[in-house]
Design a protein around this ligand. Structure first.
Ligand SMILES: C[S@@+](CC[C@H](N)C(=O)[O-])C[C@H]1O[C@@H](n2cnc3c(N)ncnc32)[C@H](O)[C@@H]1O
Length: 198
């Protein structure tokens, strides 16, 4: 699956991207301002939605995903620089970014606690943190079904956990959540946060 997932990611996502995902991404990403860090940018699906005035550093650990971003970087309205890196070890100085964007990525990051520590470290105090994620459902039966399916799903979908509780991860990391919008019965959330630093 290692090589197939990156090759077929855009094709598999097309039905979703052509429906509500496009609008969700567009309205979330348009909130970004200043110097922006995008986490796990994949094939660059968000790149067309950045509005002029921002500059983007996008990190992605999978070269096969990153290789597909060239066209989208050229077509973007803003400067975008890509870096081969993991969220758990960000190659940036403390207090560097005004906004951090993460879409459909916290499901896949192997150590989300470390990734959130790193995001806090590289964010300026008061930075915006914008997420669009699928999450573990609150309903007991649905949540347990997601738990059961996750081991097989991870193998098919490049490490993706169907049952990540991203809201709890953010709370436990001390990252204040300012707004949550729910889609598809709570399966997908947009989460807006303001990074606070001691
Ligand atoms: C489902 S794809 C989402 C891609 C893109 N963000 C989007 O919205 O379409 C998940 C991405 O997370 C990346 N990823 C996996 N582990 C990661 C890590 N430790 N740090 C950052 N990104 C990671 C994968 O390589 C993949 O590109």
């Amino acid at each position: 699956m290692g090589k197939l997932f990156p090759r077929f990611y855009d094709i598999a996502m097309t039905p979703l991207e052509n429906t509500r995902f496009k609008k969700i991404r567009e309205s979330l990403v348009s909130i970004a301002s200043g110097r922006v860090l995008e986490i796990g940018s994949g094939t660059g699906v968000n790149f067309p939605y950045y509005k002029s005035g921002v500059q983007v550093d996008a990190i992605e650990p999978n070269p096969l995903m990153m290789n597909q971003t060239e066209k989208r970087i050229k077509a973007a309205q803003v400067p975008i620089k890509t870096h081969l890196a993991k969220a758990e070890n960000l190659p940036f100085a403390d207090d560097s970014f005004d906004t951090v964007v993460a879409t459909l990525v916290f499901c896949t990051i192997p150590d989300p606690v470390k990734a959130l520590q790193e995001i806090k470290r590289v964010s300026k105090p008061g930075a915006k943190f914008l997420l669009f994620e699928h999450v573990r459902l609150d309903q007991e039966l649905m949540g347990k079904t997601q738990d059961l399916l996750t081991p097989a799903w991870k193998k098919i979908c490049d490490g993706c956990h169907l049952n990540r509780d991203t809201v709890s991860l953010l709370r436990n990391a001390g990252i204040p959540i300012t707004k949550v919008n729910s889609y598809y019965g709570g399966l997908f959330l947009t989460i807006e946060c303001g990074i606070e630093k001691e």
